[in-house]
Structures are given as C-alpha cells and as structure tokens.
Design a protein around this ligand. Structure first.
Ligand code: VGL
Ligand code: ZN
Length: 205
C-alpha cells in the first residue's frame, strides 16, 4: 500500500555530533527525538554524508585555506569544512543511538571527489541528481518530512530541492540542529518559508 509521506533523516552521523569532524552544536540531541518521530512513519529514508579522502569540500584539500572560508569552485562558491564523514570511517557511521530498524533506504551523498552535495536530491553542481526524487516518486510519496543535521545546510537544501521536485516538504524543527555560520540559519528559514516548506514540531506527528 502506498503511503504518501516519507521521513527523511538527514546525516545523523558521528561526524556531526560531539567529538566528530564537523560537530554541530548539540547535534546528538536530535537522536532520541528522531527515534520517536521515526516510529510514526512506515517509510523512512536515511541520508549519509559520504566523502572520499581529499574531498573538494575539505579545507585540508586546499593548501593555504582554513575551515569555514569560502572559495570559488567550478560549480560556484564552496564553504570549506574540516575533514568529516570520510567513507568507511567511524566519523561517517550513523550515531550509535539512532534506532530506526525499519528505515528502508540509505542515500549517500558527497561521494564524488570534485563535487559537494548538501542536498539529498541534487549535487552542488545543481544538475546531478542523486536518484532520491525518482525513488520517492516510484514509492508514491507526495510529502517529504525532514529532520536531522544540519538545519541550515543539508536539511534546508534537501527541503528546498524536495519542493523544487514537486513534493510537499515539512521540516521538524525540534528534530534538527544548526551550524549557524554567519547567519545561515535565519537565511535558511527565510528561503524555506518562501519556497513553501512548512515548519513543524515533533509532537505534531
Ligand atoms: C553538512 C556541511 C558539510 C550537513 C554536510 O550535513 O549539513 N554540512 N557537509
Ligand atoms: Zn559534508
């Protein structure tokens, strides 16, 4: 039976929690909230930031540059990050407290050495699809409910691209945490509201 809603759990990985390569303040606080939220959904898809060593988004790949600087790349401006979520390392593993045994798909993103991907739908070149929109359409999904890390990067880019692909989109705010770099969180919410992304709290599900 086709269910119209799917929960997209974005990047709840060690790398974005305390002790990880790119810790999001209070990132691990989303884990119990998401565990409860996911129990309300029959369709749950996880995303995993999954970078090869030497990835183009790492400051360490650009001698003379520091994390959190922005540089121009072939596909546009790229924020340079600390090394995080390298393929096959514990930093890229899901947080050990995440308990969603019924999650039925994992979308890995940022796996091409030369292109980043905050969005779970389209890579940072804004052209290359990950395949997620097709998966959701084939499942009959109309509404994508998003949670995870980080609100202002991978969650918001994914929510905006969900809208661009024709899905309804809702971000569960208390099931997210933000990086908030130079006002990025407020900007993300402005963009999401303008695009018709709804904001909800987990108790509503
Ligand atoms: C993310 C920065 C770099 C995220 C991933 O999951 O929001 N942010 N890679
Ligand atoms: Zn990343």
């Amino acid at each position: 039976m086709a269910e119209k809603a799917a929960l997209l759990v974005v990047d709840v990985q060690n790398g974005f929690c305390t002790g990880g390569g790119l810790p999001v303040p209070d990132g691990e606080a989303v884990v119990p909230v998401i565990n409860r939220l996911a129990a309300r959904f029959s369709q749950v898809i996880l995303t995993q930031d999954w970078h090869p060593p030497g990835h183009v988004s790492f400051a360490a790949s650009h001698p003379g540059h520091q994390p959190f600087e922005t540089i121009p790349l072939s596909y546009g401006e790229q924020i340079l990050w600390p090394v995080h979520c390298v393929q096959g390392t514990p930093d890229a593993d899901f947080h050990p407290g995440l308990h969603i045994p019924h999650a039925h798909a994992i979308v890995r993103k940022g796996w091409r050495a030369e292109v980043d991907s905050y969005s779970a739908f389209v890579e940072a070149d804004r052209q290359t699809p990950t395949g997620l929109a097709g998966l959701l359409r084939e499942l009959g999904v109309r509404h994508v409910v998003l949670c995870g890390l980080a609100t202002d990067f991978c969650v918001s880019w994914s929510a905006l691209d969900a809208r661009a692909a024709g899905f309804e989109a809702t971000v569960v705010d208390d099931a997210c945490r933000a990086i908030d770099l130079n006002g990025s969180l407020a900007r993300a919410w402005t963009q999401m509201h303008a695009a018709g992304v709804r904001r909800a709290m987990s108790f509503a599900f």
